[in-house]
Write a protein that binds this ligand. Structure first.
Ligand SMILES: NC(=O)c1ccc[n+]([C@@H]2O[C@H](COP(=O)([O-])OP(=O)(O)OC[C@H]3O[C@@H](n4cnc5c(N)ncnc54)[C@H](O)[C@@H]3O)[C@@H](O)[C@H]2O)c1
Length: 468
């Protein structure tokens, strides 16, 4: 029997409920109103507390053993847990999920790896609070539905833990600011687990950019183009809770996989920053048509889903660069995150990976082995076999988790900051606000409160020695 499907707040979501949600404003409706209203007025940043300091370069004492609490062991959480269990220097001390069977399965998995069986928490949707209150945790992983991320991360940080949050970190501007302010007030790491920043191609391109292969950057393109109609509509799908958002919000609901790497290439928050954006969505048809085909029911009395088949958002940066970000779960097309970066002497574009440099003629170069040899990231050169064997998006998940644990064990700053989490995630509410206002320009808040000019680029692109 398929497991009972839960919405983001744990309520069961039958197909009938889902169609009702699709036709009326749900919790997502409140989100859209809030984000549109907030963005329309370009509100000033919340006033920070007097002692609140920026957390760029935040370091904590090196940890011999990283003690982890895990919230949300569904589809993504189980995969992340599997990666972590391949690594040394950590203990999974506690696991929380509203579904007790998932907690039990995770506890058994941990014990099977010869770690003490972690404590389980499954007494309802607020039980994560008890996990965060434990005094034997350093880090809390959060892999729950989108609108649970911020309350969980805030609770973890307020109780003295670092927070590692799945993507997008937040769905409203208020919540983006809550992450920033809580990280600054508690001086805890707050990392968004943007695994695509650790892809083999992305890290190679980052090093090519840093080494000047493409010249001075002017433009990037990013996307999450992932045909997922049946996945979204299937009753027993882990995507079930996502339907509530797709049903009620129109904008880019999942921007960070494509945007994160492009922001790294451009050094966003290290001499450049997002300034404003405009956003436009196509009409919605493909998901409704697929729903009709599956159920035989007509959706012709109204749109079953608010989110257009494809959303296109354009960001202008403070230095005048442009970034196009696209999002579609509905279009019939091959998977792509686009991953394009253009400079004054060349352009790289992914899916499939290709490069064009000055003097090269009309065609793309698709033979990239020389670039892998010259610019390939040391992590991938030495972790390739483990990463691929461990799995998780071609190994990038392994590299991301490995790197996070390494940074904590060495007392290093993390590669990505809470400002990255907030700015990259803010594309969700800001694109919704722009779409709702006939694509009007919307200012991207400066989550660094003016300090982005002075920051060094992330260590991700550095010329590191091979990891030990
Ligand atoms: N980085 C990636 O490549 C990637 C891939 C897939 C999903 N994700 C992200 O991971 C997150 C989870 O997605 P998923 O596909 O695993 O969804 P899922 O539904 O499979 O898992 C979510 C889990 O959270 C649990 N949960 C819900 N509310 C809870 C609460 N209040 N307390 C404790 N547990 C609760 C659910 O029972 C479920 O087990 C999302 O943010 C998603 O965007 C990221």
């Amino acid at each position: 029997m398929p497991h009972k499907i839960t919405s983001a707040h744990g309520a069961s979501l039958s197909r009938r409920d889902f169609l009702a949600v699709a036709g009326a404003a749900g919790a997502g409706g409140a989100l859209i109103a809030k984000t549109a209203a907030a963005a329309a007025a370009d509100p000033p940043p919340p006033t920070p507390q007097p002692a609140q300091q920026r957390v760029f370069g935040l370091r904590h004492p090196a940890l011999d053993m990283v003690r982890i609490g895990f919230i949300g062991v569904g589809s993504r959480g189980s995969s992340l847990l599997g990666n972590l269990l391949e690594l040394d220097g950590l203990q999974i001390k506690a696991v929380c999920d509203i579904v007790p069977e998932r907690v039990e399965a995770a506890r058994r998995r941990v014990a099977a790896k010869n770690q003490p069986e972690p404590e389980g928490y499954s007494e309802g949707e607020m039980d994560f609070e008890r996990l965060c209150q434990r005094d034997d945790l350093d880090l809390v992983y959060i892999a729950t539905p989108w609108d649970w991320h911020v309350p969980m991360a805030v609770s973890a940080m307020r109780h003295g833990k670092h927070a590692a949050i799945e993507v997008p970190a937040a769905m409203t501007l208020d919540d983006c600011w809550r992450l920033v302010d809580t990280a600054e007030q508690t001086r805890r790491h707050c990392l968004m687990l943007e695994n695509c920043c650790y892809g083999e191609i992305e890290l190679m391109v980052l090093r090519m950019v840093r080494q000047g292969v493409l010249g001075e950057l002017t433009h990037g393109e990013a996307g999450y183009l992932h045909e997922a109609r049946d996945w979204l509509l299937r009753e027993d799908s882990p995507a079930n809770w996502r339907r509530r958002f797709v049903a009620t919000l129109d904008g880019n609901l999942y921007p960070t996989h494509g945007l994160g790497p492009v922001a790294e290439y451009m050094g966003i928050h290290a001499g450049d920053t997002f300034d404003y954006l405009v956003s436009m969505s196509s009409l919605e048809l493909a998901l409704s048509r697929r729903l009709e085909a599956r159920s035989g029911a007509s959706t012709s009395r109204g749109r079953a889903f608010a989110c257009g088949d494809i959303n296109t958002t354009l960001v202008k940066t403070a230095l005048g660069r442009t970034i196009m970000i696209q999002y579609s779960l509905a279009q019939s097309r091959p998977y792509s995150r686009i991953n394009l970066i253009a400079g004054t002497t060349g352009t790289f574009c992914d899916y499939p990976p290709r490069l064009h440099l000055d003097g090269q003629g009309e065609d793309w170069t698709t033979e990239l082995q020389p670039y892998h040899d010259k610019h390939g990231h040391p992590f991938w050169k030495s972790l390739n076999a483990q990463a691929r064997q461990s799995g998780g998006h071609g190994g990038m998940d392994y590299v991301m988790n490995w790197r996070l644990i390494q940074c904590l064990r060495r007392g290093l700053p993390l590669d990505m900051t809470v400002y990255d989490a907030a700015a990259w995630s803010s594309i969700v509410p800001l694109s919704i606000a722009s779409v709702a206002r006939r694509s009007a320009p919307v200012t991207v808040p400066d989550f660094t409160r003016g300090t982005w000019r002075q920051q060094a680029p992330s260590a991700l692109g550095d010329d590191w020695p091979a990891p030990v």
